[in-house]
Design a protein around this ligand. Sequence first.
Ligand SMILES: Nc1nc2c(ncn2[C@@H]2O[C@H](COP(=O)(O)OP(=O)(O)OP(=O)(O)O)[C@@H](O)[C@H]2O)c(=O)[nH]1
Ligand SMILES: [Mg+2]
Length: 403
Amino acid sequence: MADAMAQVKTELGRDAVILATRVVERRAWLGLRRREVYEITAGKNINLVPRRPVMRETPRSRAAAASGHAGAPARRPAPPAGGAGGTGNGATPPTTCATLLQTPAATASAMLSLSSEIDSLKSMVKDLVSHVRHEKSPGVPEELFEHYLKLVECQVADELAKDIVQSLQRSHRPELLASGEFVREKIAEQIEKLIPVAGAINRTKTSGPHIVALVGPTGVGKTTTIAKLAANLKLREKRRVGLITMDTYRIAAIDQLRKYADILGAPLRVGSTPDDIEAAIASMSDADFILIDTAGRSPNDQLKIGELRAIIERAQPDEVHLVLSSNYGQRSMELAVERFGDVRIDRVIFTKVDEAPELGVVLNVIRKLNKSVSYITTGQDVPNDIEVGQGKSLARRILGMTS
Ligand SMILES: Nc1nc2c(ncn2[C@@H]2O[C@H](COP(=O)(O)OP(=O)(O)OP(=O)(O)O)[C@@H](O)[C@H]2O)c(=O)[nH]1
Ligand SMILES: [Mg+2]
């Protein structure tokens, strides 16, 4: 409807009067599909309750005011041709909101005018914000400022966003940087280079199980991710998989993994101490892969982080993946990275990519953590919603690019 209104404004001018609007359903594609068509009846020079003229300050009116004369308004609607609301002597009668809203056509006309005022206010506020930010962001090349702002909006850290546009400015000719499309592609390429990836879990040893442990804060999706990995290894790659859960804090946690283990026909061992984990691993020595699920640790719980470290040290896994939820804010990510820094971490998995409104924080944390991304998960569906981490697709997701 907004587009249709804009079209009316283009074709008939700003003073066009909307007489009626309606939404009509039309059939398309051999009558199989329906689509909505917006129909607007509008006209020019329609005799209507006059609107209060918009006072705009022009150089002329300013000059007139300065010299003591009353400045003429820049635009005054033509007096109605002897019709409704006219005073007969050509003077504009005082118009109130109530009069404006007396007829449907007048309402539509008022709405159109309001919506255009809101549009121009929005654009003024945007310009203002951009101006203030520019003042506060010395060193950001002016011609790339919009792109820098977009990165900051995507939650990319300020300094990193600045580095990205500055390096772009250094490495490309100004005429190339005038193309928004070109700059977006180059930014995506730069971000891709900032994301190290580890590839899928891979067993290189010839004997003994390849042991993978997942650690991370509470509720980020460790158990669900273990189930996805186990299902893919067992069902798609036909590997022998054993599962261990070290989460005995909650009965439900054991049941959760047991259900997946039963469905997959994979053995499950449960333990809680470093001694337990050694025994559990020893009991599954014929597996190709052993996946270890651990209890979620609040980054604030130093004691439990210590226990986790002891378990990992004893299990001697081939890979330890830190699982972080993509919808964490910057501060929660930083805290998790800081606290889990006491535990051995080799790779990072970002879950709930589907839920994160912006993914810039993911990029910031990758830079801080300096570990490769192994997987991202994109939903609750086991086993499908998991992807091996890829720099290109992650970079495009961070920038909100669709392909
Ligand atoms: N939208 C979405 N939800 C997910 C994803 N991964 C896991 N979840 C959901 O997140 C919730 C918590 O998942 P769990 O696997 O139990 O998380 P956890 O890290 O094992 O939790 P604790 O063991 O309590 O620390 C569940 O409802 C999952 O379905 C994902 O990629 N996207
Ligand atoms: Mg769990």
